[in-house]
Design a binder for this molecule. Structure first.
Ligand SMILES: [Cu+2]
Length: 415
């Protein structure tokens, strides 16, 4: 805990110092790329949600080793014997502390991918993100609301109607910024001259996967629907759509996008596309059938996968679909692994420090970036996504270049 608090303090001081440093370099809040925003919100969620879990883990360790009973109730029988402690603890307290990490953790994993997808979409549509500011506000709103919804995992614990209503309300509320983010990123495609590069394919794949993950979550945010769906494969399907197809598609988008900056070489586009199609198709082959099985009532903790249950018989064949999809998905990662390592040493060298003709600051660094990142101090002159500015010589105006567009007032291209 002491380490946590010290770490948090040092982290905050570092963050504030960095922000001051950035302001003197001309970087205003609304000039930050969305990926930086997403990492900022993620950083705060990490600071706020991990210490409670770690504290809870220490308390649990004390229950196990030193005879305390933070989480052990009265009359607990383990292995046929009474638990040899005083009791009086609450098992539900453990569940609360776990989900106080567990829910924000979901946003910790998905928020950075929202940022990555924003970067990749702006770069590959060659136009500013539509409603950049509302994308930022939505991510901030998710950061705040994400701390207030943890007990929607616990409707079945009998925690009472008042508490349930609180968590239903905020769970429903958090779908608003989430849907806004999906909509903003989707509408940013409108009217763009789209480059279907590998990172862009993964970013485009992220959109429907994030949609599936988000929309399938809404019914479970309501206690009445959750009575039916709780602990079924529907939950597993929903959760994995968010964490695996959406989370991992976003991760790959970022990996293919920043690979040339990190290594100085391009990854192979053809094998990147093979990897994309294998991944998106077979991800769905695994997780979509789970939603169907969940509606049929297949329980997540049946040891036999449903074989011994009458109500599961007509959806049992989907287990094979999922298993086969999982194997093909694994095979589909081979092109990526080979491409990744082959490209590190043998890939085509990048022609410039900015091979995607991007606008954000990381592309002003040498390739690969050395110690201290920038060779010279950089100054920021404009918003993060000044693509296709009318009157400009090229279809992108990097943040660090002084050249002004001929349009009168185009300080933030994002409104
Ligand atoms: Cu949750």
């Amino acid at each position: 805990m002491v380490f946590n608090i010290t770490g948090s303090l040092l982290g905050s001081i570092n963050l504030i110092a960095t922000i001051f440093q950035l302001r003197t370099a001309g970087l205003e809040w609304m000039r930050l790329p969305v990926f930086v925003w997403s990492e900022l919100v993620t950083g705060f969620l990490l600071l706020l949600s991990f210490p409670p879990l770690e504290s809870a883990a220490i308390l649990q360790l004390m229950d196990r080793l030193f005879g305390t009973s933070f989480f052990s109730p009265d009359g607990l029988i383990v292995g046929g014997r009474h638990w040899p402690v005083s009791g009086g603890g609450s098992a539900l307290l453990w569940q609360h502390l776990f989900w106080f990490l567990g829910h924000p953790e979901v946003y910790i994993l998905i928020l950075p991918t929202m940022g990555i997808v924003g970067e990749v979409i702006a770069n590959n549509t060659r136009k500013p993100l539509w409603n950049y500011k509302w994308l930022v506000y939505s991510m901030l709103a998710i950061g705040v609301l994400g701390m207030l919804v943890w007990a929607h995992h616990m409707y079945m614990t009998g925690m009472g109607q008042g508490v349930t209503i609180f968590f239903q309300f905020f769970t429903t509320a958090i779908s608003v910024p989430s849907i806004l983010i999906g909509t903003i990123l989707l509408w940013s495609l409108w009217g763009g001259s789209i480059r279907f590069s590998t990172p862009m394919l993964f970013a485009l794949g992220w959109l429907p996967m994030f949609g599936m993950g988000g929309l399938t979550g809404i019914p479970m945010g309501w206690a009445t629907a959750d009575l039916v769906l709780h602990d079924t494969y529907y939950v597993i399907g929903h959760f994995h759509y968010m964490m695996a197809p959406a989370g991992i598609m976003g991760l790959f988008a970022g990996l293919y996008y920043w690979f040339p900056k990190a290594t100085g070489r391009m990854m192979n586009e053809f094998w990147g596309k093979v990897h994309f199609w294998m991944t998106i198709l077979f991800f769905n082959g695994i997780f979509f059938p789970m939603l169907i099985q969940g509606f049929a009532g297949v329980h997540r903790r049946w040891y036999d996968g449903g074989a011994g249950w009458q109500m599961a018989q007509h959806v049992l064949w989907l287990n094979h679909v999922m298993s086969i999809s999982a194997w093909i998905l694994a095979v589909g990662q081979i092109p990526f692994i080979v491409n990744f390592f082959w490209s590190i040493w043998r890939g085509r060298r990048v022609a410039s420090d900015n091979p995607w003709q991007a606008t954000t600051l990381e592309w002003a660094t040498p390739t690969p970036p050395g110690h201290g990142n920038f060779l010279h101090p950089v100054k920021v002159f404009r918003g993060p996504y000044e693509y296709s500015v009318a009157g400009a010589a090229r279809d992108y105006l990097p943040q660090w270049e002084r050249e002004e567009s001929k349009l009168p007032d185009r300080k933030t291209a994002s409104i």
